[in-house]
Design a binder for this molecule. Structure first.
Ligand code: SF4
Ligand code: SF4
Length: 297
């Protein structure tokens, strides 16, 4: 049986900011809330959300015999922000997190094998149907805020989430922590499109059909809705995160230099070849040049 304390220390050693561990018992329909969210059409054109719903509930459908989900968190709060027109959401300032975090997950697997030879785990970072934020809640890394994201008491919601799903048992599992949003509604009030709506039991739901982040990143439509209030954003939107007190007090995780910010700002005037070159290794490569042109127009 794997010692949980050792796994957590190894996770910090490879560079993650926090690690929690949950038993891989399936998420309940109430916990995930996915059926209802989809039935209401809140996922807009993100048809991939309709696939693998059962797997999103039950990690054993992804890794047969799964016993444990090791949930990992990496903060991304930058040292400075873009402002003005054609802004980019903070999570996309740096290198493509999929690549960097995958490498960290492989390093963590290798480190755990030093303690437990033969250890195997499925590394998950956004590209497999695992309900990241719900596993992070189960693993005690935070709670679901009214911005519908995981809120970690230290790093707020400005963090990437990843998992190792494994058949290996761990000697102790974490428990969820209490929701500490309290009476705060700042994120709901800050959304210029009313995409965040209060839900039952003090929760909330995100309607992607109204969300700048959805329209500028996920939507392939040739035009953005006329009614969309973007507050200058051309890729993603941070309006509901910037006002969150947990994000305000979060430590800076990534130092951003003037050169990097000016490179991002130069995208506004980039031709297609330059756009491709500058975004090749960034999360910005989620969109193509035509989408970028649509967004900055
Ligand atoms: S990302 Fe922007 S548009 Fe979407 S819910 Fe948050 S504030 Fe609203
Ligand atoms: S802004 Fe307030 S309500 Fe929204 S997630 Fe942060 S603490 Fe919770």
């Amino acid at each position: 049986m794997l010692p949980a304390a050792t796994v957590k220390q190894l996770a910090l050693d490879v560079g993650f900011h926090a690690c929690g561990i949950a038993a891989a018992t399936p998420l309940t329909a109430d916990e995930l809330g996915l059926h209802r969210w989809i039935a209401e059409g809140n996922h807009a054109d993100m048809r991939y959300m309709e696939r693998h719903v059962a797997m999103r509930h039950d990690p054993a459908l992804l890794v047969p015999g799964a016993q444990t989900v090791i949930s990992l968190l990496l903060g991304y709060k930058p040292s400075c922000y873009m402002c003005g027109d054609n802004r980019i959401a903070m999570y996309a300032y740096g290198d493509d997190y999929h690549t960097g975090i995958k490498q960290m997950l492989f390093r963590l697997i290798a480190a755990i094998r030093q303690v437990q030879p033969g250890f195997e785990a499925k590394p998950c970072v956004d590209t497999v149907p695992v309900a990241d934020k719900h596993w992070a809640v189960r693993a005690g890394l935070g709670w679901l805020g009214r911005n519908t994201l995981l809120i970690n008491p230290t790093y707020g919601s400005l963090c990437f989430l990843a998992e190792l799903v494994t058949v290996t048992l761990v000697d102790s599992y974490d428990l969820p922590v209490a929701n500490r949003c309290g009476d705060c509604h700042r994120c709901l009030d800050a959304c210029p499109n009313r995409a965040l709506q209060s839900g039952p039991n003090g929760g909330s739901r995100l309607d992607a059909r109204r969300c700048t982040s959805y329209h500028t990143v996920e939507s392939r439509a040739s035009r953005l809705p006329e009614s969309l209030q973007r507050r200058g954003y051309a890729f993603g939107c941070d309006c509901c995160q910037l006002v969150c007190p947990y994000n305000m007090q979060a430590p800076v995780s990534v130092q951003i230099g003037d050169a990097q910010l000016s490179e991002l700002q130069s995208l506004e005037h980039a031709d297609e070849a330059t756009f491709r070159r500058l975004t090749r290794h960034r999360a910005l490569n989620r969109i193509n040049y035509a989408q970028w042109q649509r967004n900055i127009r």
